[in-house]
Design a protein around this ligand. Structure first.
Ligand code: ARG
Length: 585
């Protein structure tokens, strides 16, 4: 039996035509969702509201609809359909249908091809990480990197052509001070040892000096003017600083298994901002206010009086102008149908104003309007409930955080499995340590703050990376011990799931599609995390209840199939989150 990947979307279609045949109103919306597993797999809640609105009897409508549904070839044999309560409709997948679904999707490519219906043919630009250059990254940069990478993978899994863009803050005022100090106080040895540390030191030095000495401030200003007016020598130095910055950033991205297609930072847009101001002025969207050029949004409670400033009173363009130019570039040159920008929630006002402005602007010019999502995230808190810091009160450097994660994981791995050879310990420690860091971040609803705790994120109990990575290796060891190659299962020999535990597991697996859909449409990876955690719980119950390597060949075949598909879905899910899975640990 061939079953569609996304059963709910498929049923929605079926219900559309059945409702008409059952004499329900044309605009009937079935409101399908995963059901309480005690009653079925999918439930339709829409009859109740529709009947109420028409002052009809909901149970009677439901009964009529069920009769039509039972005769539908895409329902008969696949679902047991029943009316429940005041007019809900329950759909329970038959064991044959469950088996059909399990047989249908046997690899990550097959799953992705099926999920690809969601975003096929659409281009999404994901702007993530996007730190400022000439500075080290600290813990505050972790979430944008980790969430952004996962969103790229999930969008691509769902069929989108994803363009990964690191929108570096690589232009503007800090370069004046940096260059002032670079020319006078550079320590080449330090620069070689740790470029970003040295650049940061130089910037701080100039910053302090300029506060005390107006002459320094003036010289830094002159440096900035030289750079911005395109002085070749200044540009050369700027390029050198940028090259060093990107090199150092890439070390961290590589460690985290994150990559970019472009580094189109703020500097890339420096010659594209003036036309933005001109166009917005010409269209009557921007106006002078107190010497600055601004866009008001009279319909908005706050932005009616607090405008979007696109050129400061000193004549300089700013973050807003750059982002407006970026919008145009992404739509016109990158052909984006969708744009995601991942930053912390402090930038919410900026992106709300950016989007309001873009909408009005693109409508007036006939540019295609992309879908736009500002993906915000909360703060990582220390155990004291405040933004996490080192003991001396400085932000924790990202590099140090990653090193500590691997070191702590190394200790855990050595304890758990002292016999492992040293090189394998290293690979496992990196996968577990960095995976734990990523997973702790992704498993929280991204809009909330979360409290960082090494013990919690490295624990083998609960909704953590070590627990899920271990679940993967445990299933692999089932195959290893049984001497069965999990990539060459006799899928045809399996019979439909029979026991309660088998069915519960098969159902949970078949529920992957709506989870992926919900994850990608809400751009919230924690939805997927919760599902994977639950799936491994359901698998444990199955494994405790039903022995896999029994004599009866058809029972063994179906249980092995369940093991294999659980392994597949767990690994596919963890890969979507940016984790590396392991064969043993
Ligand atoms: N560089 C900015 C920062 O560190 C983030 C940039 C986000 N992307 C954008 N298109 N504005 O806060």
């Amino acid at each position: 039996m061939d079953l569609p990947f996304d059963l709910i979307t498929e049923l929605e279609r079926v219900l559309g035509r059945s409702a008409a045949a059952a004499g329900l109103p044309e605009d009937f919306s079935p409101d399908l969702r995963p059901a309480d597993p005690r009653f079925g797999d999918i439930q339709a809640n829409g009859v109740l509201a529709a009947a109420k609105a028409a002052r009809a009897n909901p149970r009677e409508w439901a009964a009529r609809l069920v009769e039509v549904l039972r005769a539908d070839p895409e329902v008969a044999g696949r679902y047991e359909v029943s009316v429940a309560g005041p007019g809900f409709i329950n759909f329970a997948l038959t064991p044959e249908a469950l088996l059909g679904w399990l047989r249908g999707f046997g690899s990550e490519e097959e799953l992705s091809r099926a999920a690809g219906d969601l975003y096929r043919g659409r281009t999404w630009v994901v702007d993530f990480a996007s730190p400022n250059t000439a500075k080290q990254m600290h813990v505050g940069h972790l979430r944008s990197i980790v969430v952004g990478e996962s969103l790229c993978r999930i969008l691509a899994f769902c069929g989108a052509a994803v363009i990964r863009d690191n929108h570096l803050g690589d232009w503007g005022t800090p370069y004046g001070k940096l260059f002032y100090a670079y020319r006078r106080f550079l320590d080449p040895e330090r620069l070689k040892a740790d470029p970003l540390e040295e650049l940061e030191r130089l910037y701080r030095l100039a910053d302090e000096k300029s506060k005390q000495d107006p002459e320094v401030m003036e010289e830094a200003r002159r440096e900035l003017v030289r750079l911005q007016s395109g002085d070749p020598e200044s540009l050369k130095l700027w390029e050198e600083v940028n090259r060093l910055s990107i090199e150092a950033l890439e070390e961290i991205y590589q460690a985290l298994d994150v990559r970019f297609d472009h580094y189109l930072g703020e500097s890339f847009y420096r010659d594209k901002v003036e036309p933005v101001c001109e166009e917005l002025t010409r269209l009557g969207l921007a106006e002078e206010s107190r010497g600055a050029l601004v866009v008001f949004h009279p319909e908005h409670p706050r932005f009616a009086t607090q405008p979007f400033i696109i050129r400061k009173s000193d004549g300089a363009s700013n973050y807003a102008t750059t982002d407006l130019a970026t919008m145009v570039y992404r739509v016109e040159n990158l052909k984006a149908d969708g744009i995601v920008i991942v930053t912390d929630s402090r930038q919410s006002d900026h992106f709300e104003q950016l989007w309001l402005t873009t909408r009005k602007w693109f409508e007036k010019t006939g540019r295609p309007l992309p879908e736009f999502q500002h993906v915000v995230f909360g703060t990582i808190l220390g155990e004291d409930g405040k933004a996490i810091k080192t003991r001396t009160g400085d932000p924790i450097k990202l590099k140090a955080l990653l090193a500590e994660a691997v070191e702590r994981a190394r200790q855990v791995v050595r304890e758990k499995n002292p016999e492992l050879p040293a090189d394998e310990v290293e690979a496992i420690a990196a996968a577990v340590g960095l995976g734990a860091l990523k997973y702790a971040d992704l498993s929280q609803n991204r809009t909330s703050d979360y409290t960082f705790s090494w013990d919690k994120l490295l624990s083998f109990d609960g909704n953590t990376a070590p627990y899920l990575l271990y679940a993967v290796t445990r299933i692999r060891s089932i195959f290893r011990k049984a001497g069965v190659d999990e990539t060459a299962l006799d899928v045809g020999a399996a019979t439909p799931p029979e026991t309660e535990a088998e069915r519960a597991l098969a159902r949970k697996l078949a529920n992957l599609a709506p989870v992926v859909r919900q994850t990608v449409t809400s751009l919230r990876p924690h939805v997927l995390c919760t599902y994977l955690y639950e799936l491994s719980g359901v698998f444990s119950s199955f494994y405790n209840a039903d022995r896999v390597m029994v004599e009866a060949p058809e029972v063994r075949a179906r249980r092995l199939l369940l093991c294999q598909r659980t392994l597949l879905v767990l690994e596919a899910g963890l890969h979507l989150l940016g984790l590396k899975t392991l064969r043993r640990m």
